[in-house]
Ligand binder design. Structure first.
Ligand code: UD1
Ligand code: CA
Length: 449
């Protein structure tokens, strides 16, 4: 059955107390909206529609950044969840199949749960995702009639007996797309909130003699984000899940609770992640690599057998081949480091290519920026860059070449050459002692004054 995903993202999120639309706040380095959109993969959705409202422009560009094929709808005024879904009608013109509604601020529904809902559609015209929270609070309640769902009653409209029902509405609803829009057209706003409730489509379907059913999931999946405290809890829940998955896949986490993953981090089997490693978006760490303590990685690739850190920073475009070493207080950005090369101490390597087995001495810096443009540095295989070399890009150092420590290299160095780019050393015999004597005498004089 072809599926379309409708993601509601129009709400303001007042309780976030933020200038940013709620759904653009991030968990694991990705906006809540992107997490919700990941459900499209799980459902192999043919179309995904984002219904934006508050901060619509920012929400739409964030959605397009995740998936350029996404369809956009706008709900100018927030008149309720049914009204929000109705705005997706134009984007779903001509679509035949199921529609499933998700909230962008409740983005952690598991793929298996969505699959169970799709499967339950074989038995029911409308399928609702329910859960039994420890504190049912102000959630809508699912009123059951035996095994089937009779209707959903919003907390504000519920009787005392209905409020006592433990089974709550998560907000996720699936139905045939055309039927959903037909039912929504019948929804009114004569209720305690004066809103068009999407939840009313259950009662309306039942009134047509159609059947409605419930799939129940764990409360952790329906965790909604309404405040910064909720956002922090969502981050916590996400990290707990990601760490458990990494451990299951055969990754060693020395102190799991101190490691932070991004939503898209990939770590291979037998990789070792030491305490306090932090992963931003776009990182792949291959099998058997080691990320040592307090390293920060984003947008980079670490190959088999490479060792990073402690205290290393890999920024976007850092490509480490097999057995590379990047040590403490080294920053790498937009640079390819070939097999077995070493950058072990206190360096900045940016916009560079480093050949296999090259050794980059402590304190080496690629001076890649002239204040306006960025320039590249090329270093050949087996080159030896002396400590504290400034490589003023654009510049190249050939294979098996050397630079003397403390050099400022402004011209290309041929293969096998030694480049010296520093003042020649001169020794003045006895001059240091003379200087000391003079300075100490001055100090003694000042004390007497
Ligand atoms: C809704 C459900 C309730 C359920 C709860 C779960 C309805 C009527 N009620 O209540 O049964 O228990 O979610 O969290 O559906 N939104 C729009 N446009 C609107 C209104 C809402 O885009 O006009 C979006 C919001 O941004 C939010 C989601 O829809 O992401 C839910 O809206 P919200 O106002 O939070 O609904 P609840 O009252 O919590
Ligand atoms: Ca809500």
């Amino acid at each position: 059955m072809p599926t379309a995903l409708i993601i509601l993202a129009a709400g303001q999120g007042t309780r976030m107390n933020s200038d940013r639309p709620k759904v653009l706040h991030e968990v694991a380095g990705a906006p809540l909206l992107a997490h919700a959109m990941a459900a499209a993969d799980a459902l192999s959705a043919e179309r995904t529609v984002i219904v934006a409202g508050h901060g619509a422009e920012a929400v739409q560009s964030a959605a397009l950044a995740v998936d350029p094929e996404v369809l956009l709808a706008v709900q100018a005024e927030q008149l309720g969840t049914a009204h929000a879904v109705a705005q997706a009608a134009a984007a779903l013109e001509g679509f035949e199949g199921d529609a499933i509604v998700l909230y962008a601020d409740t983005p952690f529904i598991r793929p298996g749960t969505l699959a169970a809902m799709a499967e339950a559609r074989a038995r029911h015209s409308v399928v609702v995702l329910g859960f039994e929270p420890a504190d049912p609070d102000r959630y809508g309640r699912l009123v059951m009639a035996g095994d089937t769902l009779d209707r959903i009653v919003e907390f504000k409209d519920a009787s005392a007996a209905e409020r006592a029902i433990p089974l709550c509405n998560s907000g996720v609803i699936a139905a045939d797309c055309r039927l959903m829009f037909e039912l929504i057209a019948e929804v009114g706003n004569d209720n305690a909130a004066g809103e068009y409730y999407l939840t009313d489509i259950v009662g309306l379907a039942r009134a047509r003699g159609l059947s409605a059913g419930v799939v129940v999931c764990d409360e952790t999946e329906t965790l909604g984000v309404n405040s910064r405290a909720d956002l922090a809890r969502a981050e916590d829940a996400f990290q707990a899940r990601a760490r458990a998955e990494a451990l299951d896949k055969g990754v060693t986490l020395v102190a799991p609770d101190t490691v932070y993953f991004a939503s898209d981090t990939i770590v291979g089997r037998d990789a070792v992640i030491e305490p306090y490693a932090m992963f931003g978006p776009g990182v792949t760490v291959e099998s058997g690599a080691r990320i040592r303590a307090f390293s920060h990685l984003e947008g980079c690739h670490v190959s088999r057998g490479a060792v990073v850190g402690p205290y290393a920073r890999l920024r976007p475009g850092a490509e480490l081949s097999e057995d590379v070493r990047v040590g403490n207080f080294v920053e790498v950005k937009n640079a390819q480091i070939a097999e077995g090369a070493k950058v072990n101490h206190l360096s900045y390597i940016g916009d560079a290519t480093i050949g296999a087995a090259a050794n980059i001495g402590a304190g080496t810096i690629t001076c890649n920026y002239d204040g306006v443009f960025k320039h590249r540095t090329e270093i050949g295989a087996h080159a030896f860059i002396g400590s504290d070399t400034m490589l003023v890009a654009p510049v190249s150092v050939g294979a098996e070449a050397m630079t003397a420590s403390g050099s400022v290299i402004t011209g290309n160095v041929p293969d096998g050459a030694l480049a010296l780019g520093r003042a020649r050393q001169e020794n003045k015999p006895g001059l240091a002692r003379k200087l000391f004597d003079r300075l100490r005498a001055q100090k003694a004089e000042r004390k007497r004054d």
